[in-house]
Design a protein around this ligand. Sequence first.
Ligand code: ADP
Ligand code: MG
Length: 208
Amino acid sequence: MAVNSAKLIEILNLIANDIHANKDFLTELDSAIGDADHGINMSKGFKAVTEKIAAMGDKDCGSILKTVGMTLVSTVGGASGPLYGTAFMRAGQAIGSKTELGFEDLLVTLEAALEGIKMRGKAVKGEKTIVDALEPAVEALKSSPTIDINLMEEAVKAAEAGVEYTKGIIAKKGRASYLGERSIGHQDPGATSCHIMLTAILKGIKDS
Ligand code: ADP
Ligand code: MG
């Protein structure tokens, strides 16, 4: 895997496309246990991201990721904006001025993103949030000394299993927590959008 700044922008655009394609689905999930805006929030945020990063091909990877984070924080109103915004800003900080990323950097960015989300949202695994998809993915990437495309496939599968797992648990954070036990039986919107993003990243690095 060799992801330079232009390729990183391409991958971020893949994420944006898949978020737009799943806008109604994510909003539907949020209508069951939240306020029916997760797809709308994410789609709005990533539309702004695509516009902001279009001309950043000559910038380093850290600057691009930090711009994504700041754009999400400033354009997304819901809880997911500051959470994903912090994730991308932390990923950008972790990667710094690099202009090309390899598989090890994938773990560095995703681990920093997870730490950022946990720091901002104070959620741990098992509370029906983004963490339930992202943490298993990071754990999968850490399970082997060498990271390759197969391990990233495993990481995406782990995130998918994490999304499944959210169906059976009670929400302890965010709006869904107001429902208490009534949140059981519903898939978490944020964990779902996280899995969608990881799948897009996998797609993007497969041909790099
Ligand atoms: P809001 O809840 O403000 O309407 P969204 O609908 O965009 O924001 O996002 C809801 C998602 O945010 C939830 O499905 C959940 O995954 C995630 N979320 C909420 N609170 C937290 C938190 N403290 N930590 C991690 N993720 C969270
Ligand atoms: Mg919502």
